[in-house]
Design a protein around this ligand. Structure first.
Ligand code: CUA
Length: 321
């Protein structure tokens, strides 16, 4: 057995209950393939050498059949592949069917951020927490294009599809952080569509969820900041501080001191950043594109964020000075 915390030569660390079973099947198939490869290539090389042309006349001996041999090379591989199928199918069922008592977390993928929502209303973005030793079921959907939720050390990967739900479950076995990747090419910043899973002890997890719960009584700009870094996922593309303080990301215009600024657009026109301009940019991002940025890079948030939330975001953007 490999040490679950360290990656092996071929595989990342094993940080979920099912990871060792997947690895055993994977490595068994791999080594079986290597064994067959060596056997077949070895026999072939041997025969090529043994029956090479040596000059003179060598008459071939005609062999019509060998019943024992033919049955053996048909039946043995048949049982091997049936065995592999049953093994793989049982593991597939373990992977596909979450335990009944699994805790649910809703996951939304969008260009280019992962958002998470808990039963008590807690939300987070680019990171989420799970308790160690408890089954967790992710119910996932996408707001725009195909994404894929991939946690190598859990051995979990599932497509995240617009207009439908897909699920994935795991039970973490190691405290600490695990990396989430997007494993489906989804555009400009696909490679930056990352998240962290914090695997925490039960008390630490409870505290984390509490800290991430919505506070309805917060000031509008504080709610806006939460939406910016959470549900809206705006921080994936827009920096909020000066270039010196926060060089990245620069996929969208920097929002530091944006309010009241005069923007230059791709078509040569200019416009002042007002409440109405920000609202238009959120709901119809393609109406105006700031010069130097890719047109169509931002998805619309019409129907995603309500009037209240857009207002909160505007309040937050006004504070960035
Ligand atoms: Cu989302 Cu790649």
């Amino acid at each position: 057995m490999m040490d679950p915390n360290t990656p092996s030569f071929m595989l990342p660390p094993q940080a979920s209950t099912l990871a060792p079973s997947y690895d055993l099947l994977y490595l068994s198939i791999t080594y079986l393939c290597i064994f067959c490869f060596v056997l077949i290539m070895g026999a072939m090389t041997y025969f090529v050498y043994k029956y090479r042309y040596r000059g003179g006349e060598h008459k071939a001996v005609e062999i019509t059949h060998n019943t024992t041999l033919e049955i053996a090379w048909s039946v043995i591989p048949l049982f091997v592949v049936i065995g592999l199928f049953v093994w793989g199918f049982r593991l597939y069922l373990d992977m596909a069917i979450a335990p009944r008592d699994a805790m649910e977390v809703r996951v939304t993928g969008q260009k280019w951020v992962w958002n998470f929502e808990y039963d008590n209303g807690a939300t987070s973005s680019k990171e989420f927490a799970v308790p160690i030793g408890k089954p967790v079921k992710l119910v996932m959907t996408s707001r725009d294009v195909l994404h894929s939720f991939y946690v190598p050390s859990f051995r979990n990967k599932m497509d995240v599809v617009p207009n439908r739900y897909t699920t994935l479950w795991f039970q973490a076995t190691q405290l600490g952080d695990q990396q989430v990747f997007c494993a489906e090419y989804c555009g400009l910043d696909h490679s930056g569509m990352l998240a962290q899973v914090h695997v925490l002890s039960e008390p630490a997890f409870e505290k984390w969820v509490k800290d991430h719960s919505e506070d309805k009584n917060a000031a509008p700009h504080e709610r806006g900041k939460k939406i910016f870094n959470g549900k809206g996922g705006c921080m994936a593309c827009h920096a909020v501080k000066s270039e010196a303080e926060q060089p990245q990301p620069v996929i969208g215009p920097r929002l530091y001191q944006a309010f009241g600024r005069t923007e230059k657009f791709q078509d040569g026109t200019t416009g002042v950043v007002t409440e109405n301009y920000i609202r238009e940019s959120i709901e119809m991002p393609n109406a105006k594109t700031v010069a130097g940025f890719a047109a169509g890079a931002m998805p619309t948030f019409k129907g995603v964020l309500n009037d209240q939330e857009i207002g909160d975001l505007i309040a937050y953007i006004k504070t960035l000075k």
